[in-house]
Design a protein around this ligand. Structure first.
Ligand code: MOS
Length: 756
């Protein structure tokens, strides 16, 4: 094994900027407060809105009393279904029009007296200050006629119906007869796992400022998908897309919670139209819980059968998850089981229940994060049954081709990830006997689990402009949700054009720019990179064409492929010219080129690829926990993640992404759960004081490393990194807890009561 894998050590052949731990181009603006997030803008005459939330799960509004609210000095308007202007219904979803997927729910807010979930906005107060709006909102009295509601996931789970497959996501599948193979297996485990609902808890709560100018609308909002938000607003408010401008230069975290359009956004726009004032609606943390969907709860069964050597003869993975009657995203909970192990037989099924709750939505690695908890815990339990090291069990069952259908992997280095990771973590020092490792009062446990997340690209339009003075401007409506979106594209551009990084400015976050890919599905960087590479190549082609017109140019007779872009120009060996010289001679002040693939060509290419290849980012997690032998308190004491994510563009932001995923996974493992009252469907812990995300004191130093081998089918060889980090994490913790205590916890989060 000679692969390089240090966080700060670029590949030997790395070009100038790609691979390096470059500082964020917007780091200073963010840390000094110069960067302004959606809620921080001001307009003359701007009013503030607050929501009134329904307190029943299902029913009709019989009466709304707004008198007391209207009497508060500073209240401008109270909008209810009785007086609000109508918005158009949500579009029918279709894969032919991807922005139709943007509806958070199908509810036409304030256009109906129907209540669909406990927390649905049923009135909006607009006032001169946020405090006035919130106070007045608390005075609105709503009377309901309640209707029977189905809100208890655990009670409904036995009534689930089969999930439908889509082009992008098969809901199940079979290879051979896994049920018979399981029954015949000499060694087997058969486990039932449960995971709770969760919420994203981005640092920036959702906020919208909506400004109408006649029939033109400007919206400031932190979104993960500018193009979808624009298309959705145009459709709901009956105006052309070009009349909507979305400004979203900075987003304070998303994790999936800002991928779709939720009530607050629509109601800010509606309120601005109704009052003819710019309106700012900044949700409280509670408001986010009540109006923005979270992760589905799941019930999963994983049953594994093996022969005495640990070769898998049967893999069964079935799941039940939720959607809501008013929308929601069906998750691919068993997806990892299609790809991870070379079992002789496989049986996969996904089912859904539909509840009278707020629609669920994507949350960091939807499907795979919870699915990997079940699959990777079961693999660990099987290793215990077999008396085989859990890494050895995985090595034995590592497939050469995709287990379900024999498709080839574009790239797969899980064996190497485990090998190198085990060495660095010191896995050898693990005594496999449960409870055998101690440190004073602490029981010490070590666990592993596999990370896996499918890779995807989305198309992006990009323009690159190079001026005679050397300034380069890249334009693409990317979303900066904290990942370093502009930074990495600046690195790529600098390398492609051979110009200094400081010369490149990347303009993002504005719907007037060329359309970007959404920041979701770990797909933004690759999609934008493809557009940047294309645009840079075209720009260099035009520079070369200009140069070749001059009889004395050293580039005469050269083709672009023979040239190197460096030192601000194009060179063949020592001979070449700077862009500045080329432009000056031609009397031009700039060059500009556009890149990107059209949607149709892109879809054709994607579907064609999917028929032949399986591609994914993957990795191996190594976790050490300490469990207090008397109180059952679990502390994560060490972590190492060894990833195969293709080429890494920025060692600093990539490490941040992977660590962030692991931190979020530790939250999933140990503390996070949205508590829904099974009688009323009301979320009972809608705040950071009652929903526990990990804090610094909960997280040890996390070592992350990568193998840094480019994927042959991806732009620059990069696989997405936003989501793979969280997959497998909860299982690695559960497996370490099992090793420390001998107890297998099947129900997340692993709170101390489950260990006593
Ligand atoms: Mo994501 S959960 O694709 O933002």
């Amino acid at each position: 094994m000679t692969t390089k894998y240090a966080e700060t050590e670029p590949r030997q052949d790395a070009v100038k900027h790609v691979g390096r731990p470059v500082d964020r181009v917007d780091g200073r603006a963010k840390t000094t407060g110069e960067a302004r997030y959606a809620a921080e803008h001001r307009y003359p005459g701007m009013a503030h809105a607050a929501l009134v939330h329904a307190t029943v799960a299902r029913g009709r509004i019989e009466a709304v009393d707004t008198e007391a609210a209207r009497a508060v000095p500073g209240v401008i308007e109270v909008l209810t279904h009785e007086n609000a202007p109508a918005m158009k219904p949500a579009p029918k979803t279709s894969l032919m029009n991807l922005s139709s997927l943007a509806s958070g729910t199908t509810v036409s807010y304030l256009a109906t007296d129907e209540v669909h979930w406990n927390g649905q906005p049923v009135a909006v107060v607009v006032a001169e200050t946020p405090e006035t709006a919130r106070h007045a909102a608390s005075l609105v009295r709503v009377a309901y006629r309640e209707l029977p509601a189905v809100v208890d996931f655990a009670a409904e789970e036995p009534n689930a119906s089969p999930q439908k497959s889509s082009v992008l996501q098969p809901a199940g599948g079979d290879k051979g007869d896994a049920v018979a193979a399981l029954a015949a297996a000499p060694v087997s485990v058969d486990l039932r796992f449960t995971t709770p609902p969760e919420h994203h808890n981005a640092m920036e709560p959702h906020a919208t400022i909506a400004v109408w100018d006649g029939d033109r609308l400007t919206v400031h909002e932190g979104t993960q998908n500018i193009a979808w938000l624009r298309a959705h607003l145009a459709q709901r408010f009956g105006i052309p897309e070009r009349a909507v401008r979305v400004l979203s230069p900075y987003v304070g975290g998303g994790f999936g919670g800002k991928g779709f359009v939720w009530a607050g956004t629509l109601l800010a726009v509606l309120a601005a139209r109704a009052t003819a004032r710019p309106v700012r609606l900044a949700l409280t943390r509670e408001g986010v819980y009540r109006t923005v969907g979270g992760r589905t709860p799941t019930v999963q069964r994983v049953a594994l059968g093996a022969d005495g050597d640990g070769d898998l003869t049967a893999l069964i993975h079935t799941s039940v998850a939720m959607t809501a009657r008013i929308g929601g995203m069906p998750e691919g909970v068993v997806s990892s089981s299609r790809h991870l192990y070379d079992a002789a037989t496989i049986h996969l099924r996904q089912r859904l229940v539909r509840l009278d709750l707020l629609a669920n939505t994507a949350m960091r690695a939807p499907g795979d994060s919870v699915g990997s908890f079940a699959l990777e815990s079961a693999m660990d339990e099987l290793a215990c049954e077999l008396g085989i090291d859990p890494i050895e069990l995985r090595r034995r069952n590592e497939p050469e081709r995709n287990p379900m259908d024999g498709k080839r992997f574009t790239h797969r280095m899980l064996r190497e990830a485990y090998e190198v990771g085990a060495e660095r973590f010191g896995w050898r020092e693990r005594d496999p006997r449960p409870g055998s490792m101690r440190d004073g009062r602490w029981l010490v446990g070590m666990g592993v689990a596999t990370a896996y997340h499918p890779s995807l690209t989305m198309p992006a339009d990009v323009t690159v402009r190079l001026a005679a003075d050397g300034a380069v401007v890249v334009r693409c409506a990317l979303q900066e949700i904290g990942v370093g979106a502009a930074t990495v594209q600046a690195q790529i551009t600098a390398d492609e054009l051979g110009v200094p990084l400081e010369a490149v400015r990347v303009e993002i976050g504005d719907s007037e720019l060329p359309a970007g890919p959404g920041a979701g599905g770990s797909a933004q960087t690759a999609g934008a990179a493809a557009g940047v590479l294309d645009a840079c190549r075209k720009l260099k082609e035009s520079a070369l064409a200009l140069a070749r017109r001059a009889p004395d140019s050293p580039l005469r007779g050269r083709r672009l492929d023979d040239l190197e872009a460096r030192d601000g120009g194009l060179y063949h060996g020592g001979r070449g010219e700077t862009y500045a010289a080329i432009l000056a001679r031609a009397g031009r002040d700039h060059l500009e080129a556009g890149g990107g693939t059209g949607m149709l060509k892109f879809l054709a290419k994607t579907l064609n690829e999917r028929r032949r290849w399986v591609k994914a980012a993957s990795g191996a997690h190594f976790c050490e926990v300490r469990v207090d032998r008397d109180t059952g308190e679990v502390r994560v004491s060490r972590w190492l993640g060894m990833f195969d994510v293709g080429r890494v563009i920025n060692a600093k932001t990539a490490a941040g992404q992977l660590r962030g995923g692991i931190v979020m996974g530790i939250g999933m493992a140990l503390t996070e759960a949205t508590q829904v009252d099974p009688r009323t469907g009301r979320i009972m812990n809608p705040s950071l004081s009652e929903y526990h995300v990990p804090v610094h004191a909960d997280i040890p130093r996390i070592d992350v490393h990568w193998l840094d081998e480019p994927d042959p089918t991806m732009p620059l060889g990069l696989l997405g990194i936003g989501e793979v980090g969280i997959t497998g994490v909860a299982a690695a913790v559960a497996n370490a807890v099992r090793h420390a205590t001998g107890k297998r916890v099947l129900d997340l989060p692993i709170t101390l009561d489950k260990l006593l």
